[in-house]
Ligand binder design. Structure first.
Ligand code: S3P
Length: 419
C-alpha cells in the first residue's frame, strides 16, 4: 500500500450540521453556522427549511439562518424532498408533527425503501397524523398540531428517532421523555442545551420541556469523524504513514471507533482537545500500525454504525480478522450494507461470512483490484476506496459520485495524502 502523509481538515460533521440548521430554523433570532457540512444530505435539509419559509443564506460553508420561532414555519408549496437523507426525513418529521399545516416528505429511490414507522409510531402517539406508503416507507404525509408529551421507550437504538421525538417534544405542552436502549449520538441534546432549552438527562432517559424558547447562536461544527474514519483506517493500514487530522469531532458518543482501534494496536494520538458549543474536538495523529482485530462487542455497535463497512474492510488486513453481530440496522441504511460489503469483499477475492445481523471477516487476506458496485451508497464507495489502496492491481468504483452524499471532496483528499 502507498504511503499516507499530510494533514487534513475535514468538512463539518453531517449529523451536527443537520441539527444546528433545524434548531436554528425554529429558534428566535439569527444563527450563524460555521464549517457547515459540505454534504448533499445537509443541503437537502437546508432546501427543506427554505421550502418551509425559513430564510437561509449560505456562503460557502457559513450558513446564516433567520429563526422563525416555534410557530413561524409556513406551509410548503409542494412536497419536501429529503433526497438521500434519512436524517433529514426522520428529524424533520419531528418538527412537522408540531405544525398545524400538512406536509409531504419524499426522498430518492434509496430513501423511499427505508423504514419510517420507527418515527411515525411515537409521533402518532403524540397526536400527529402520519401516513406512510406500504411497509411504513416514504413518502410521509404529516398533519400535526396540538401535540401531547409522551414517555417513549425506543425499540431501536437510533439517534434520528430519538431526535425526532425530542424535536416534537419542543412543540408539546409539558415534558416529553425518551428512553434509549443503548446510548446513541447526543448532538441534539447538546445543541438544545446550548440554545437554552430545558433538557434533562438521567442514565438512558432524556427529557425535554415543550414550548421553550430556543435562542439563535453562532455555532462551529467540528470535522466529521465518520468521514475521518476512512483516513484513520487507511493511515493505520499503510506501511508508512504520518497523517494529521485536524479539528475532528470527538464527542464520546461518536468515538467508539477509537475505543475499538487503540486497544487493537491502532496508533492514534489525540491532541489539542477543546470544546466548542458543547462538542469536544481535537487533532488526531495516525501512524502505521499492526492491528490485532477481534470481535466487536454488541454494545459498541450503535456507536460504530457508520464505520462498520470500513472496519470490515480493515478486518481483512488484521491478524485475527474482525467479527460483529447485533448490526441488523445496517440492512436498512442507504443500501443493505451487510450484503454490499460481503458482495464487494468477495469480488476482491476475500472470504467473508454473512449473518442476518453481522459479518465475520478472516484476517491476513489478500485483496485484488476489481470493479466495485457501491449500490449508490457513499459509505460503501469510500470503504472500498480504502480496500483499493491495499489491493493488488486497479480497482474501479462504479458511480463513485455517490460520495457527494457525505463527503464531496473524498477522492481529492485521498489523492492528496496517498503519495
Ligand atoms: C445519524 C444516526 C445514525 C447514522 C446516520 C446519522 C444521525 O442513524 O447511521 O448516518 O445523525 O442521527 P440511525 O439513527 O438510524 O441509527
Amino acid at each position: 500500500m502507498k504511503k499516507l502523509e499530510g494533514s487534513i481538515q475535514f468538512p463539518g460533521d453531517k449529523s451536527i450540521s443537520h441539527r444546528y440548521a433545524m434548531l436554528a430554523a425554529i429558534a428566535t433570532g439569527e444563527s450563524e453556522i460555521h464549517f457547515f457540512s459540505t454534504s448533499a444530505d445537509c443541503q437537502s435539509t437546508l432546501n427543506c427549511l427554505k421550502s418551509l419559509g425559513v430564510k437561509v443564506d449560505r456562503k460557502d460553508n457559513v450558513v446564516k439562518i433567520a429563526g422563525a420561532g416555534l410557530d413561524g414555519l409556513r406551509a410548503p408549496a409542494g412536497s419536501l424532498d429529503a433526497g438521500n437523507s434519512g436524517s433529514t426525513m426522520r428529524m424533520l418529521s419531528g418538527i412537522l408533527a408540531g405544525q398545524a399545516f400538512g406536509s409531504v416528505l419524499t426522498g430518492d429511490a434509496s430513501l423511499s425503501r427505508r423504514p419510517m414507522k420507527r418515527v411515525a409510531d411515537p409521533l402518532i402517539q403524540m397526536g400527529a397524523s402520519i401516513k406512510t406508503a406500504e411497509g411504513g416507507c416514504p413518502p410521509l404525509e404529516i398533519k400535526g398540531g396540538c401535540l401531547k408529551p409522551i414517555r417513549y421507550e425506543m425499540p431501536v437504538a437510533s439517534a434520528q428517532v430519538k431526535s425526532a421525538i425530542l424535536l416534537a417534544g419542543l412543540f408539546a405542552e409539558g415534558e416529553t421523555e425518551v428512553v434509549e436502549k443503548l446510548p446513541t449520538r447526543d448532538h441534539t441534546e447538546l445543541a438544545l442545551e446550548q440554545m437554552g432549552a430545558d433538557i434533562g438527562r438521567h442514565q438512558r432517559t432524556i427529557a425535554v420541556r415543550g414550548r421553550a424558547r430556543l435562542e439563535g447562536k453562532k455555532f462551529y461544527v467540528p470535522g466529521d469523524i465518520s468521514s475521518a474514519a476512512f483516513f484513520i483506517v487507511a493511515g493505520l493500514l499503510a506501511s508508512n504513514s504520518n497523517l494529521v487530522l485536524h479539528n475532528v469531532g470527538l464527542n464520546p458518543t461518536r468515538t467508539a471507533l477509537l475505543d475499538l482501534l487503540v486497544p487493537m494496536g491502532g496508533r492514534v494520538k489525540v491532541v489539542n482537545l477543546e470544546i466548542l458549543n458543547g462538542e469536544l474536538l481535537g487533532d488526531l495523529h495516525v501512524d502505521s500500525s499492526q492491528l490485532e482485530g477481534g470481535g466487536i462487542p454488541e454494545e459498541l455497535v450503535p456507536g460504530l454504525i457508520d464505520e462498520l463497512p470500513v472496519l470490515a474492510v480493515m478486518g481483512t488486513q488484521t491478524e485475527l480478522g474482525l467479527a460483529f453481530r447485533g448490526a441488523a440496522e445496517l440492512r436498512v441504511k442507504e443500501s443493505d450494507r451487510l450484503a454490499a460489503v460481503a458482495e464487494n469483499l468477495r469480488r476482491m477475492g476475500a472470504e467473508v461470512e454473512e449473518f442476518p445481523d453481522g459479518l465475520r471477516v478472516p484476517g491476513k487476506q489478500k485483496l485484488h483490484g476489481v470493479e466495485i458496485d457501491p449500490h449508490a451508497d457513499h459509505r460503501i464507495a469510500m470503504a472500498f476506496s480504502i480496500a483499493a489502496l491495499v489491493a493488488e492491481g486497479t480497482t474501479v468504483i462504479k458511480d463513485s459520485s455517490c460520495v457527494d452524499i457525505s463527503f464531496p471532496d473524498f477522492f481529492e483528499t485521498l489523492g492528496r495524502v496517498a503519495v
